[in-house]
Write a protein that binds this ligand. Structure first.
Ligand code: ADP
Length: 481
């Protein structure tokens, strides 16, 4: 939940959606583990009078409730403070990448503590909206009235899948940690190939399930991207919907972004982006030349994001092309070391930063000409939306949310004034190369076309307002209103 804690797009969504809901008159109260990053964030955190224990693994484990607010709003955020579980270096894994061994225990505890906290705070809940595997137990508790809390008989649950590939799968003997009866450990509910599966649990027990784009909502009901849960998801029928994420327009606004050397809007994007490009080239130690196209990438370095296509392309084009790359990411050590090697060999072509750095992310979005996002699959994707807003033309694989938000520049879409980027259908080096080539050609030889594509993207409204309205529709439908 940005700015409290973040590992990826889920953090952006959970930081922005409650505020957007609040603007539309839908009050939200949020719950989060009291992660170390939150305690160290400098946010004002208050103690509350609430402290209680949860019986887990034959122990009464104590926690207390802390309280803060989402900055810039009156949205209350309650933090489940259990330092042994949550005051750690990482959220789900150690900094080196290994998952915490007790994740099932940590997040079972969290869900049970949230159920208890709602009761103690006497919150009147219409909808409990939970996210990803970490909170998949909450819909199950509500449906089965676990803990016999009165609030559960009034509440409906909506579970949102941000990425189906991360399922929270644990060995079967973790089942008692959940507090759920063994009778729920069957293939139609909590069990998955002999293991306990917390995302499946959320999908099965929630009154409604959503994911973060309409195309992804369809893709995950099919074997190719269903990660083994396609038939369960298909079984949810109309109770599975896709809602594209919005952009946090305060954080991501080129006209007021404090990270940028020069602000700009659709009125003066050409000079504004030129200044940002110059600075980006300098920051990355590359020649400051306005005519050399800069291709940006900001991404987790995971196979999902298309690195098995990107690395070969970098190698292929390094000698042949007069191009510059601005790459920011962390992740897979194998790809990281290849990127380091390329950056050493071609310092004037490859600007590579292998860190997690918000400021650089903003500067790349503002300073590049083309933004490449060839994800193998992409539930929604945020960076292509930031790119559109920052006048960087996205080149994307036609999947999930990328397909729902990027309109390929064809003669028809250009004539209709809808083209905002370039897409390729087949996940292959050749197709990606062809789409990038189309973008590079337009950049170099067809400035009118280029301007139209940039301006169409910059003028689109991807603010949270529209997405939040769709969530409210879904909540109302789930409540039978
Ligand atoms: P995912 O959630 O799958 O990682 P998204 O595109 O939905 O992908 O969201 C990624 C978010 O994380 C964006 O806000 C992006 O700017 C940010 N991000 C990813 N890697 C980095 C990085 N190395 N430094 C800064 N921000 C990053």
């Amino acid at each position: 939940m940005v700015p409290l804690a973040k590992t990826g797009g889920l953090g952006d969504v959970c930081g922005a959606l409650p505020i957007a809901l609040e603007r539309l008159g839908c009050q939200s109260t949020c719950f989060l583990p009291a992660y170390r990053t939150i305690k160290q964030s400098g946010l004002a955190i208050e103690a509350t009078d609430h402290a209680f224990t949860i019986y887990i693994r034959n122990n009464h484990v104590a926690c207390r409730l802390l309280k803060t607010q989402l900055p810039g709003s009156t949205v209350n955020v309650y933090l489940i403070d259990q330092p042994q579980y949550f005051d750690r270096d990482g959220l789900y894994q150690q900094p080196g990448g290994a998952e915490y061994k007790d994740n099932c225990e940590r997040f079972s505890f969290f869900c049970r503590a949230v159920a208890e906290a709602i009761d103690r705070l006497d919150l009147k809940i219409d909808i409990a909206h939970s996210h990803d595997w970490q909170t998949g137990l909450l819909p199950a508790y509500i449906r089965t009235r676990h803990g016999h809390y009165p609030w559960m008989s009034e509440a409906k649950s909506v579970h949102t899948i941000h990425n189906l590939a991360y399922q929270g799968r644990f060995w079967h003997l973790d089942m008692p940690l959940t507090g759920m009866d063994w009778r729920f450990f069957n293939w139609e509910q909590m069990e998955f190939h002999g293991d306990l599966n917390l995302l499946k649990t959320g999908i099965v027990f929630a009154d409604a399930v959503s994911t973060v784009s309409p195309t992804y909502a369809v893709e995950i009901t099919q074997p190719e991207l269903g990660c083994g849960l396609d038939s369960i998801l298909a079984g949810r029928g109309e109770n599975l919907v896709g809602i594209v994420n919005g952009v946090d327009t305060q954080t991501w606004d080129p006209s007021s972004d404090l990270h940028l050397p020069q602000n700009f809007s659709v009125e003066n994007w050409e000079s504004g982006k030129a200044a940002n490009k110059r600075q980006l080239q300098a920051d990355l130690g590359m020649e400051q030349n306005p005519d050399v196209p800069v291709i940006g990438i900001v991404s987790r370095i995971a196979d999902q994001k298309g690195w098995d296509l990107i690395i070969p392309l970098l190698e292929l084009w390094a000698e042949q092309r007069h191009l510059q790359w601005a790459i920011l990411g962390t992740g897979d050590p194998k790809h990281e070391s290849k990127l380091r090697e390329l950056a050493d060999r071609y310092p004037n072509k490859m600007g590579v930063m292998l860190t997690f750095d918000e400021k650089v992310a903003h500067r790349i979005e503002a300073g590049c000409d083309i933004f490449l996002m060839p994800s193998r699959y992409e539930p929604c994707g945020l960076n292509q939306l930031y790119s559109l807003r920052y006048g960087s033309v996205p080149v994307v694989h036609s999947t999930g949310g990328l397909r729902d938000t990027v309109i390929d520049a064809t003669n028809e879409s250009l004539q209709a004034g809808r083209a905002n980027g370039f897409r390729f259908d087949e996940y292959s080096l050749e197709s990606m190369q062809a789409a990038l080539q189309n973008a590079l050609d337009a950049f170099a030889y067809n400035r009118d076309r280029w301007k139209q594509i940039v301006q169409t993207g910059m003028q689109e409204d991807w603010s949270w307002d529209g997405s939040a309205r769709k969530y409210i529709e879904l909540f109302n439908k789930t409540l039978g209103r």
